[in-house]
Design a protein around this ligand. Sequence first.
Ligand code: FSO
Ligand code: SF4
Length: 520
Amino acid sequence: MFCYQCEQTAHGTGCTEIGVCGKNAEVAGRQDLLLDVTKQLALHLSRRPASERRAAAGLIEEALFATVTNVNFEVERLDALIRTVAAAAGSRLPEAGDDLRALADAAGIPARRERYGADVTGLQELLTYGLKGMAAYAHHARRLGQVSAAVDDFTLTALAALADGEADPDRLLDLNLRCGAASVEVLACLDAANTGAFGAPSPAPVRLGHLPGKAILVSGHDLGDLAALLEQTAGTGINIYTHGEMLPAHGYPELRRHPHLVGHYGGAWMRQRVEFDAFPGAILMTTNCIQKPAPSYAERLFTCGPVAWPGVGHVAGQDFSAVIAAAQAAPGFTDTVSQGEHWAGFGHHAVLGLADTVIAAIKSGDIRRFAVIGGCDGSDTARSYYTDLATGLPQDWVIMTLGCGKFRVIGHDYGQIGAVPRLLDLGQCNDAFSAIRIAQALAGAFECDLNDLPVRLILSWYEQKAVCVLLALLHLGLRDIRIGPSLPAFVTPALLQILADKFAVHPVGTVEADLEALVA
Ligand code: FSO
Ligand code: SF4
């Protein structure tokens, strides 16, 4: 196997024997093959009528999402997807065994690096990961009834180009920037889907801690699954807690109106083995990031949607009765623990509702700058950089955070600047759209370019949705973006040079040096 698609890749170069995420060679091979047949399907569809292309968009999303880091670790489910996608493309696949493995090897990254070289393969993978991230976001939006034809069309175009062996660096760079344009679209589409279904987020305090009673913990990003679970548990006496990237759910009026959505439990995804072990109820994983479950909670853990782990109960559709039964059978909490509160719900609607106050504070000099510090969290100890940077910023800076990277930033009292809280939690990683909307509104108010705003971007990345967000920012022409805690292994020195020259993208430095540079 060879995989270098995420930040925790082995030795910073690539996972070979087994993934740091727990993906074994068999699963990795299936994911390579699934990606390859999906590209072939896109190529096939590029010669078919538009109606056929549209009809296949959901399947292509599902296939791409299944190959994102920490999503699907189950060979049988991957095999079923491979056969469905191959059948849609009219391709014939060998039944199983060595022939399938040989096909997977031929589709893998080492074979392409040999053929095209590391730089071109890196550009192809940058595009591929951007497409995977887009697919994940598009999948959530589609489930809530929102689709973007521009996103679906671009996904097919780009996959078909990759299937066709596109290896021209300029054309690949252009496809990557077009992926950024489609990424802005998909973020907008998901924003419309979430706010359409659950109302515009507004600031609300979230209980940190727990109450006595039976409990279900919901992790991942899919607000639709959470909403269905809230409906199905109404009146049962079971309390629902959010975990990880589900924290922003409390900002949505149509979700927090449920009195049994009682609070948030735990931190970011990579702490789940400890936190799920200690949680005395059932746990539902709606999307990434799932880790290998410990035996202590494997029977109380359930996956749904695109997520799968061998031996873990999978909920087909949104009938959560098995999860509810597991919660009833578990002891639940017997005490009350109060760990304070966190304010969620500062999406673009809420922040732009304060636009006059914010603009006046910028003009008066009370607010000097904004720092967007967010993205993904991960295990690397170097990620303490984000905590130290956020807490070290001058008191006249406002911090906007988002994604599970927020867990490196929240939990500190940043105070207020007048009526404006110094820490604004914009939401999930896809709520990078809120940062974009806020920046665009400020640029409009000050009649300046986005890059002339007093906004600094310090991003943390882990998996492919972060690539989608980064490409969106590059498409918008944003420069001087800091990325950490380390640079992607697929970004070769030559590719990094292009990103540095064209977009002034650069790696994070030390906290001291970056604070000095940011404040200057
Ligand atoms: Fe985090 Fe995982 Fe939301 Fe990612 S939970 S790391 S970028 O899946 O999607 O921020
Ligand atoms: Fe390694 Fe990340 Fe790939 Fe998992 S997803 S195999 S950790 S590079």
